[in-house]
Unconditional design. Sequence first.
Length: 410
Amino acid sequence: MSDPISPQPDTRVQLWTRLAGDQGTRLLAQTPLNPSVAQITALRKQFDPDLVSAAIELTRARARAIKKFGPDRASTLWCDDPGIQMASSPVAARYKAKRFRTALGEGAPVVDLCSGIGGDLIELVSAGLNASGVDLDPLRAWMGSHNANTTVLPCDVLDPSVPDGAFHLDPSRRANGRTLVIDDYTPPPSTWDKLVESRTHGCIKLNPGVSAHDLPPSELEIISESGSLTQALCWTGDLATTERRATLLHADGSHYTIAADPDRPDDSTPIDTHIATMDPSIERADLVHALLDETNTNLVHPGAGLLTATEPVLHPMITWYRVLDTLPWKRKHAIASLRSHSAGIVAVKSRAGACDPDQEQRHLRGKGDRELVVFVYPIDRAITCIITERIKEKDPITISATGPRGCGHA
């Protein structure tokens, strides 16, 4: 019987390993962000052309990584452009790592599956967990290992060689573009079920548009980073503490969260002297009713995404506007009303395609000195125009986390 054939080393990994060596360091120091043909030709006279191509790719990827990771980390990150796009931001990864440590304890074993360039793995290691990674792509496994300074295996997530422990899974959702179809994820939901059954405690990172009905029994958490939806997290085992959660993360690492059972209120309330928009995680998590209870405000109409009250109740997940006028939407009527309120710069917010905000902002801008906000929203089968002025507070008072719904501020 012949000996088994050893797998051939990945040529990309060999190339990037050279890039991480002394020769690569010298090359990277000479590689401009957008090199001209002449500069590339000059570099290829000194270095292997393939190594030059890798250096250009890395230099450009590190420049793109600055927005997500900051200049210090980006300057040393081993990455490519797709890897940056798929990686969690440091603030989101740090938040998740803290949940793992709080639930499982310091030193608990956690495996980051489909770890990519290591955005989550870096923070799992930094949180004091015994974290390792797995990625089917050998080059991504190499990148993640270097970035997080831990072991990353280039294998399937169900491979017997994968260490025991809790899991964080980031299935790919970019086959043919971003996908909301649950069966198009890689690995597919059938693999998720096996992981939950075998490992119990875990977190599956998904697109925020995912339907809770497609997920295994779990806590579904919708993450918003500074007002933009970024992730849906499916927490299982001891990591799950409620049925539904909406969390707003700030760039400084602070966060506010609301947890409750999901529900969709069907209230309709006439617009009062103030209206408010809410962080999108609240609606996406079906927790509008919990926010109404916490703030003692009213819902303008189901699905409209607007709260209303006589006086604003300051809260970290809502933004208040003073109502100046409410009328059926017609541009000429809106212009007349805005003129009467000395409008200057006008921001337009719309919903469900009721208007083109960019186009209307140009038409509605006036010659006055007030910065106003116009809402053009479908409310009860009619397009309504609400002319408002945003209420600005330097130091907003937040509601304390003492209610029965598990709300928290940190």
